[in-house]
Design a protein around this ligand. Sequence first.
Ligand code: SF4
Length: 323
Amino acid sequence: MRVALTDRCNLRCSYCMPEKGIVLAPKEELLSFEEMLLMIKAGVNQGINKLRFTGGEPFVRKNVMSFFESVSKIEGIDSWHLTTNGVLLKPYIKKLEQLGLSSINLSLDTLKKDRFQQISRRDYFEQVREVLNHLLESDIKVKLNMVVMADFNADEIKDFAELTREDKLHVRFIEEMPFNGGSLRASVNPWSAAQIITELKKEFSGIRSLGRELSGTSDNYKLENSKGSIGVIPAYSRTICNDCNRIRISAKGELKNCLYDGGVYDFKELLRDQNLNEELKIEKIEEHLSRLVWQKKKDGFEAENSLTKIDANHFQSMSHIGG
Ligand code: SF4
């Protein structure tokens, strides 16, 4: 279960949103942390054992660490993970380690300072590099997410892959997706996962395939004599849907069975029903979840085809959807 903690973000990445940002949900429409915990507890009762927290950017939400503290106490969770751009992360690494956070996906699309500013429209490159170094010294597993863009950073695939030689780092190359919130950015000849793999094989003759974990998101590889590994995520070509077991809860409490569907249920009304106590709410959420997951489409293409035009307009930015 992936839970988006907010739709707000402190970067303005061109593949995610326009420069002026996106239309944000009014604050009162965002789930409170208490409401999110009810969703999680219901999910765990129904067999969910892995959680990922996304955004927007999770750390722009106030008091997020006390929420993580509560999450760490929920029984029945095998692992919990975070996706972040890292800008605000540094002061919290030690505490997250103590709370037992399993891994962090850190978004970093370039190793060049000027390009970082160009892509994200913000000047936080040094902060993110520093956070990466701190994370590598911690016990938290680190995955580095790079969205491959033909016109921005595809020429850095080799440099990113090289990072896995010395560090126990999982570098993941992600296909660009169309969720750019109406950004004027147009993907000219976007790189497919197959192309990324061809490029890696061209650059590194000793690269070997590690396959893909059951329900995993990436096809994995390893360079010779390297401490880390490489993943390629077919987020747009969607060749990994057959065993996908991911569900998403948006910051506004909508359940999505797939990244590409328009949301299959809005839990907000139930969560805010004054006539129900917490126990009854959890019970009812469980009933809905156990029914709704069976409506998951065969794959991301079928999910996308089920979109109405209104859905399509509404779910345009990754910051709304939750990564
Ligand atoms: S079913 Fe949807 S969420 Fe799952 S891998 Fe396919 S596109 Fe992604």
